[in-house]
Design a protein around this ligand. Structure first.
Ligand code: NAD
Length: 483
């Protein structure tokens, strides 16, 4: 059985403990590889390697960093099919989605920050004095060793979203992918060796959050933590990192509203609303799982949406015509099923779905759930307030803008939102008042990597994307020269 290895100081090595954990294929429920059960000894070794690499890497000309990152882009594109297959087996997502979304985006992340490294500039300020002048200029110096910790839902996509700007900024990295989906990070480490990334610039320590993640966060020589994952884990990380005065970027959970006005472009809205709720089995932090529909359109929407959702094919993620793949783990499967039970207890009516799917053949023991649409729940019940992170969406009618804004903003989260309307003034009015870091009008998950990405309220602190991410991995220093 394949053994995943840590990537430390440019080498692929087993963990200090020599212990490995089982890694599951969610579509079969079977163990298919082994992942290092690393601990603080491996983290220390990785931090030491990153510290050693930092002086040289931080002084490497931007053009050389650009060339290495672009080599990685070429290698990811060369291995697109193999990486997509690996992502699908590890996570349960369809191979079609991994081929179209996850892996191309990982290549784009490196391409984007390779070029950004060539375009950074620092400010200078001329300061007029009585009888002279001074020149202030700002240096943006790479922070040093940084920690990057990522979740299981978009494994390589989100991992590289942190790694690429950190490398481009001249930092060196100790990173941990989710222990639930470690495979593509491991494959990436092989590609980094092939691309000629200098040893120690990027290190990967595989293992659990409590053992490896918390050791990265607590290590005194790790200057910043870029974390994507659950809000509860984000709280724990902040508790450890804040007294150590580390820079923190926290991309956390969401419970995103999708607000549909009766004047919208109906066909576009219907197609995108299905994708927004059920893409990647609903396991995207940006998924629109609370759907609010203006009353005049509610019955028509309900009929068409339920018909569309019940036609989605739940099946083997490796088959080309599968729409909904497997749920990432048994534990997460149980959580989603329990929330469907809760929705019923809270008075919800299941309009379609609501049950486990039992497939035949290869996937007989896999973890599959029918895409589920629920109505009849109030906006403030637990089903509508807590993040389920699975193929479960609720629908609810509304009458006025004020009413639906109240529903949308009633949750502790504020990551993204979607508004469907052809009324321009209303779109802008709603966008300004809605409490979320990202607002999509008449679209969903339309991404431009230059834009600030992140949430408000309990969805996080800080922004990724664009130059924001490069700035996060640097420290500003102002130099004032009296002339
Ligand atoms: P998680 O918080 O359980 O784990 C995320 C990562 O943190 C994993 O690598 C895990 O091993 C590690 N970790 C766990 N405990 C830790 C600790 N004490 N110290 C340091 N690291 C620790 O999240 P998950 O279940 O992997 O992912 C799902 C969550 O991620 C959802 O809440 C989802 O909304 C969120 N998410 C947010 C975004 C975003 O951009 N805002 C994107 C994707 C996912």
């Amino acid at each position: 059985m394949e053994k995943i290895l840590n990537y430390i100081g440019g080498e692929l090595i087993p963990p200090a403990s020599a212990q490995f954990m089982d890694n599951f294929d969610p579509s079969t429920g079977a163990v298919y590889s082994q992942i290092p059960d690393s601990d603080e000894r491996d983290v220390k070794r990785a931090v030491d390697a990153a510290k050693e690499a930092f002086p040289k890497w931080s002084q490497t000309p931007a053009e050389d960093r650009f060339k290495i990152l672009m080599r990685l882009v070429d290698l990811i594109e060369r291995d697109l099919d193999a990486l997509a297959l690996a992502e699908s087996i590890d996570n349960g997502k369809t191979v079609a989605l991994a081929t179209k979304l996850d892996i191309p985006r990982a290549a784009s992340n490196f391409r984007f920050y390779a070029t950004a490294a060539m375009h950074t500039a620092n400010e200078s300020h001329d300061t007029a004095l009585n009888g002279g002048t001074a020149l202030n200029y700002t240096l943006r110096q790479p922070l040093g060793v940084v920690g990057c910790i990522s979740p299981w839902n978009l494994p390589l996509y989100l991992f590289t979203w942190k790694i690429a700007p950190a490398i481009a900024a001249g930092c060196t990295i100790v990173a941990k992918p989710s222990e639930i989906t470690p495979m593509t990070a491991y494959l990436l480490s092989e590609l980094c060796i092939e691309a000629g990334l200098p040893p120690g610039v990027f290190n990967i320590v595989h293992g659990t959050g409590p053992k490896v993640g918390s050791a990265i966060v607590a290590h005194k020589d790790v200057k910043a933590i870029s974390f994507t994952g659950g809000t509860k884990t984000g709280e724990e990380i902040a508790r450890t990192a804040a007294p150590l005065f580390k820079k923190l970027s926290l991309e956390l959970g969401g419970k995103n509203p999708n607000i549909i006005f009766a004047d919208c472009n109906y066909d576009e809205m219907l197609a995108e609303t299905g994708r927004a709720a059920f893409a990647n089995q609903g396991e995207i932090c940006l998924c629109g799982s609370r759907i609010f529909v203006e009353r005049p359109m509610y019955e028509q929407f309900k009929r068409d949406f339920v018909e569309q959702v019940s036609a989605l094919k739940v099946g083997d993620p490796l088959e080309a015509d599968t729409d909904v793949g497997a749920i990432v783990s048994k534990q997460h499967f149980d959580k989603i099923i329990s929330y469907i039970g809760l929705a019923k207890e809270e008075g919800g009516t299941i309009l379609t779905g609501g049950k486990q799917v039992h497939l035949e053949g290869r996937c007989a023991d896999g973890w599959f759930i029918e895409p589920t649409v629920i109505e009849g729940l109030k906006h403030d019940c637990r089903t509508n307030q807590e993040e389920i992170f699975g193929p479960v969406a609720t629908i609810q009618p509304f009458d006025t803008e004020e009413e639906v804004l109240g529903y949308a903003n009633s949750v502790r989260y504020g990551l993204s939102s979607t508004i469907w309307t052809e009324n321009l003034s209303r779109a802008h009015r709603m966008a300004a008042k809605i409490e979320s870091g990202i607002v999509w009008v008449n679209c969903w998950l339309l991404r431009d990597l230059r834009t600030p990405f992140g949430g408000v309220k309990d969805s996080g602190v800080g922004r990724e994307g664009g130059f924001e991410a490069l700035r996060f991995f640097t420290e500003e220093k102002n130099v004032c020269v009296k002339l």
